[in-house]
Design a protein around this ligand. Sequence first.
Ligand code: FEC
Length: 306
Amino acid sequence: MTTLGVLMMAYGTPRNLDEVEPYYTDIRRGRKPSPAELADLIRRYEAIGGVSPLHDITERQARAVEQALNARGDATFRVYLGMKHTEPRIAEAVAGMRRDGIDRAIAVVLAPHYSAMSVETYHKQAREAALDGGPMLHCVNEWHLEPRFLDALAARVEEALRQCHRPEEAMVIFTAHSLPARILEMGDPYVDQLRESGEAVAQRLGLVHYTFGWQSAGRTQEPWLGPDLLATLESLRAEGYREVVVCAQGFVADHLEVLYDIDIEAKHRAEELGIRLVRTRQMNDDPDFVRAVADVIEGAKRDAGW
Ligand code: FEC
């Protein structure tokens, strides 16, 4: 049986506080942050314990998905991990496949919803790295409607609602990373896809009270998609809501944007407003999520005719 490569791509995170500056510079495409911007980001990492757990979680996700795929027995898969902003880089993962004689690979990003400003930037790096000698890549653009992913989201929302005093009166807010508002003029599918997965979860659970919110907008001059989660909390309070469930459906792991932006910043604002905020459990390397990603990869293999 020949081995099929899986290029699993994720955001990456600094492994210690000294790595925050080069990381931030990379995110800003080579522009160094100002001392104040850097200090603010370091402060946020310190608030979650100094480092983000994202790197460990991503590695566990990759190992678990490889095991799950190979346990199915239809083909042999080898997963290579490539990060957008830290080591091991996407290009290194592609070079590793070449060295190991892998000639075909499924490329998948650990982010379910497609945008030209997110998922496409990973694929671009992967395609450029593969130009020089392969492997041949089959890129998965989106997988936000993968049934087992929706089931996993629904199970987590249901679990969070059970922690509410009055679940039937709580508002569920589906959040995702904001992006510059100019994606709307570009005809980008990101916003629609977030609605689709949120609606699908709401339908599975028969939710009456649910809405959408944006989080973690970048600190740049241009307008970003809104309303921000903090503003959403304020309007919900004005409408009389006292309990909310925040489901960060655009992220699949615990990391800074969840552990700081929701667990510290949004919870603090909610408390000030007299709202109880319950966050849904992230996917991490939970078996139900691992199965969902394995399904995505098997589906892509079929689509590619491999
Ligand atoms: O735990 C960690 O250390 C890393 C968490 C992390 C994840 C993540 C995911 C996404 N981002 C997306 C878009 C942008 C855009 C900009 C931007 C900026 C930052 C900064 C940090 C950061 N992001 Fe991120 N993002 C994570 C962390 N992100 C830190 C810089 C400081 C700040 O603004 O807070 C703006 C770039 C610019 O300035 O030009 C745009 C999107 C995702 C979700 C999809 C994915 O995972 O790729 C979209 C995790």
